[in-house]
Design a protein around this ligand. Structure first.
Ligand SMILES: [Fe+2]
Ligand SMILES: [Fe+2]
Length: 173
């Protein structure tokens, strides 16, 4: 059984992951409409990953006989001035998610729920990698500046960029 506090915090995280999925889906649509095919492919995949994060929480709560609440989601932002702004928002969104996971882990410790604490370690590692990936992309964007040919290559290469491939390239650099 989950304590009411852990249950509430897990439901909040379900909303957070679902909102992330919708937000990245909205970004993917914008990128596709604005000619960034690679960026859009990356974001569609990222949106799917966030949905998977949400589902993983739902399955866990059901396994523990918790009361899952599928929330309503606010309409995500759908207009961006440029790709740089989009990725700035993605990066700051990921840091907010990391804080939220940290708070959730804190609730589990307060409630002495070590099973959920253990389950959440996957999210702790995942956030570390996702933040690193977002940071890698922001670094690339700063380097490119207004170099159009660099942007062309960026859009082509990002479609194959995943959390794992970014971690590998960070290790070899
Ligand atoms: Fe996530
Ligand atoms: Fe994420």
């Amino acid at each position: 059984m989950l304590s009411p506090k852990v249950e509430t915090a897990l439901n909040q995280q379900i909303k957070m992951e679902g909102s992330s999925s919708n937000f990245y889906l909205s970004m993917a649509v914008w990128a596709e409409q604005n000619g960034y095919a690679g960026v859009s492919e990356f974001l569609y995949k990222h949106s799917d990953e966030e949905r998977f994060h949400m589902l993983k929480l739902i399955k866990y709560m059901n396994e523990r006989d918790g009361n899952v609440v599928i929330p309503s989601f606010e309409q995500p932002k759908s207009d961006f001035s440029r790709v740089t702004e989009l990725f700035e928002e993605l990066y700051s969104h990921e840091t907010a998610v990391t804080r939220s996971i940290g708070e959730l882990v804190g609730v589990c410790l307060d409630e002495k729920d070590f099973t959920t604490h253990n389950f959440l370690q996957w999210y702790v590692s995942e956030q570390l990698e996702e933040e690193a990936l977002a940071k890698t992309i922001m670094d690339k964007i700063k380097l490119m500046g207004d170099d159009q040919s660099a942007w062309y290559h960026f859009d082509r290469d990002i479609a194959n960029l995943t959390v794992t491939s970014a971690a590998d390239s960070a290790q070899t650099n």
